[in-house]
Ligand binder design. Structure first.
Ligand SMILES: N[C@@H](CCC(=O)N[C@@H](CS)C(=O)NCC(=O)O)C(=O)O
Length: 222
């Protein structure tokens, strides 16, 4: 039996969504974020990094969302419902699968962290300095980078409804976390294609069932 170690409000929403799209039976082991937003130590007993998601396939432990989605695709999607077979589309599929965590998420995580340097748990006496530093880094570097990425993704989605073509694929599943984060905290306006893609995602019954089972997905932070 497949078992998902699922942290609330986290990247493991992607794995639940993929499993629902593939109509596979699975169990969820729920973990709640600590006040710090970190995962509880119990997750380190499942995998040394203590991050979510982790998939357990009859004792085979798989961490890292992209690796989990590729695993599900390879062993649990015999008809390739979630992977294009055309060469060009497959190249796009692979690009987005890597890009989501390799390029886009680090920028969004940095924005989250630098945006919090003026707030608790930073000690009171350091918050003014922290805030100035955080805002400075965002202004001088991060915001421009995020804008470039947002415009790139927006332009890509002008051609097709889904990231790797006409059909939903694991590329969309993997991109869901960063795109939702980008729209909620990226600070970039005028992204109609991204917003329309998000609406298409939210309308999918499999997405909705994943939320019913895993809990709300509103991205308050890491
Ligand atoms: N690149 C990893 C990132 C895993 C990750 O950072 N997960 C977050 C949840 S979105 C987490 O576990 N945060 C809690 C913590 O760091 O303690 C993946 O895609 O699986």
């Amino acid at each position: 039996m497949l078992k998902v170690h699922h942290l609330n409000q986290s990247r493991s929403q992607r794995v639940l969504w993929a499993l629902e799209e593939l109509k596979l039976p699975y169990e969820i082991v729920h973990y709640q974020r600590e006040k710090t937003m970190l995962a509880p130590d119990a997750l380190k007993k499942v995998h040394p990094l203590g991050k979510s998601p982790v998939l357990d396939d009859n004792g085979l432990i798989i961490a890292e969302s992209g690796a989990i989605l590729e695993y599900l695709e390879e062993y649990y999607d015999p008809t390739h419902q979630l992977q294009p077979q055309d060469k060009e589309q497959k190249l796009k599929y692979r690009f987005w699968l890597h890009y989501a965590e390799g390029s886009l998420m680090p920028l969004l995580l940095m924005k989250l962290i630098f945006g919090r340097l003026g707030k608790p748990p930073v000690p009171f006496g350091l918050r003014t300095l922290g805030n100035a530093l955080g805002q400075g880094v965002q202004k001088a570097y991060l915001n421009k980078q995020i804008e470039t990425h947002a415009r790139f993704i927006e332009a890509e989605l002008a051609h097709t409804p889904w990231f790797a073509g006409e059909n939903l694929s694991m590329a969309d599943v993997q991109m869901s976390f960063p795109v939702f984060a980008l729209l909620s905290r990226g600070g970039i306006d005028n992204l109609p294609n991204l917003k329309a893609w998000k609406t298409r995602v939210e309308m999918r019954p499999a997405w909705q069932t994943a939320i019913e089972k895993g809990g709300p997905f509103t991205l308050p932070g890491e």
